[in-house]
Design a protein around this ligand. Structure first.
Ligand code: PLP
Length: 349
């Protein structure tokens, strides 16, 4: 295997969607968040697999992502754009039948004036202070907006990955107050919100990270294997150093594999002298600094040095790697580099 290969298990992603779908009652629809190229895994293949599993409503961040998704899925599934209706996006929203989640009075005005009758949703701010209308704004425009028949009213939780956090209940109360008595379908929960329980589910959930095997959905099926080719092997004598700035010194004679993949491929520099690579289930420590295109790995204890070593697999999940790098699984996924060959298993398409 000459190139680093990221293998994406579409059946695992579909199984994770179904598992999250089963966590809410049948009256609650389960959407799928595929923004940022399906968290770096490839929007076309991932979204088609999710559509086959039964997903009918998809969420992207930007209209351009919605355009790519429409091409992959064809007509039918609803594509919601979280950034709403931005200036310059009107034609794309119209031609590709995208549903913007309107975030401000400006966006509402733009949408209702430029595309009257075109589907839209509303995003409310229940305390995260990022996107959406605040309570007084919403109160002012709600009658007019509701008259134009929104498809969805949604909000987003800031602390859903911490079930005990008081922010969750506070945002829920705010969402209920803001949407009390309306007949429009409501959406509040991403992956973390689904795990908080039925009070948070409303009519439609919006899982992202859980589909791809990330926390806080601990029961997720691992969906990724990232195998990096060994380019060279060398013997290092006791006292010799490895890599930039001599940050690792062999205490005894060692066998060091130089492996293709570096921070330009999303192997964050914080993994230096800390991460493990795996030969099957056998861990092999990354030694020295991560450089742009290469890492160095201590394989002294292996009987045979394999052609590839895994940095992601069932033995090391995205969150395991994120913990070592001091970040979150989302960042590990969306940093996965463009130089990896992406190989898909499972899925029917
Ligand atoms: C990213 C995002 C989601 C998905 O969140 P996960 O934590 O990945 O499940 C849902 N809703 C909104 C508004 C988002 O920005």
């Amino acid at each position: 295997m000459a190139t680093a290969t990221l293998t994406i298990d579409l059946d695992a992603i579909a199984a994770n969607w179904r598992a999250l779908d089963r966590m809410s009652d049948p009256g609650t629809q389960t959407g799928a968040v595929v923004k940022a190229d399906a968290y770096g895994l490839g929007i076309a293949r991932v979204a088609r697999a999710l559509a086959q599993a039964g997903a009918r409503r998809f969420f992207v961040a930007l209209a351009e992502e919605g355009a790519a998704l429409r091409q992959a899925l064809g007509p039918g599934p609803q594509i919601n754009v979280l950034s709403g209706h931005m200036g310059g996006d009107t034609e794309m929203i119209h031609d590709l039948d995208l549903t913007p989640m309107l975030n401000s009075i400006d966006q509402i005005t733009r949408h209702l004036e430029s595309l009257p009758g075109h589907p839209f949703g509303i995003q409310l701010d229940t305390g995260m202070n990022r996107l959406g209308l605040e309570f007084p704004e919403w109160e002012a425009v709600a009658p007019l907006v509701l008259d134009a028949n929104p498809e969805l009213v949604m909000s987003h939780l800031a602390c859903a990955d911490e079930p005990e956090h008081e922010m969750n209940a506070a945002q829920l109360a705010q969402f209920l107050a803001m949407t009390d008595g309306i007949e429009v379908p409501r959406s509040f929960a991403a992956t973390g919100g689904i795990l908080l329980g039925p009070d948070y589910h409303f009519d439609l959930t919006r899982p992202g990270i859980g589909l791809y095997g990330g926390r806080p959905f601990e029961e997720a099926r691992p969906a990724l294997r990232l195998a990096l080719p060994v380019i060279q092997i060398r013997e290092v004598a006791a006292g010799e150093t490895v890599g930039y700035s001599n940050t690792w010194t062999a205490e005894e004679p060692a066998l060091i594999a130089t492996v293709s993949g570096g921070y330009a491929d999303g192997l964050l520099r914080g993994l230096s002298n800390a991460a493990m690579l795996f030969d099957g289930a056998t861990p092999c420590p990354l030694v020295g600094r991560v450089s742009m295109d290469l890492i160095t790995v201590d394989v002294t204890h292996l009987k045979d040095v394999p052609q590839t070593l895994d940095i992601l697999s069932e033995h090391q999940l995205v969150d395991d790697l994120a913990d070592v790098a001091g970040t979150i699984g989302y960042e590990i996924l969306t940093s996965l580099g463009p130089r990896y060959a992406r190989r898909y298993t499972g899925g029917k398409a």
